[in-house]
Write a protein that binds this ligand. Sequence first.
Ligand code: HEM
Length: 160
Amino acid sequence: MMSHIKRNLAFTLLSALLFTQSTSLVFAHADHCGIKETTLGDTMKHIKSELRAYNKGFKADDKAEMQEHINELIMLSGKAKVLLPVVIENINGEHSEASSELTAQQKQQYGQYQQQITEMTNTFKKIQASSDSDEISSLLETVNQQKKQGHKSFRQNCKS
Ligand code: HEM
């Protein structure tokens, strides 16, 4: 009798464990819009947090903080520029970061990707050079638009 209860209990606990594990896997997947984790994804997350830190410094009119985070943003967008988005890899189902292994169509698409990243870098550089807060606000809005545009063209299954 006792061993029967124990077995049932063990079974219930095991099911609960498996259920929790499988749901957390589903959530992890949804968090990333169905895209596998990549160095570019990590770089993008880093851009997001640096941008938030920059905005905080901007609101507090803390010039040192602003310089620190805008420098980081320029460095990160340079890093993003040499990485390959998943949507480009997916054309052939290959995973390669080497542009020499791309098809002609992929090369063209990658060129457009790099162009858009460069535009974002240029906006960051203008922000870095500016000390006019109205101008900085409007440049930050430009970055937002560039992000939307970049994601629309190159980020799979994601909205913003
Ligand atoms: C302020 C500017 C930007 C921010 C804050 C930002 C933020 C993000 C975030 C949070 C992700 C999801 C990362 C993940 O969960 O794995 C992402 C992904 C992505 N973003 Fe951005 N992004 C910005 C600009 C851009 C621009 C300008 C482009 C393209 C020209 C771009 C292309 C991509 C791509 C392709 C992915 C998918 C990652 C992959 O393919 O491996 N992003 N971005």
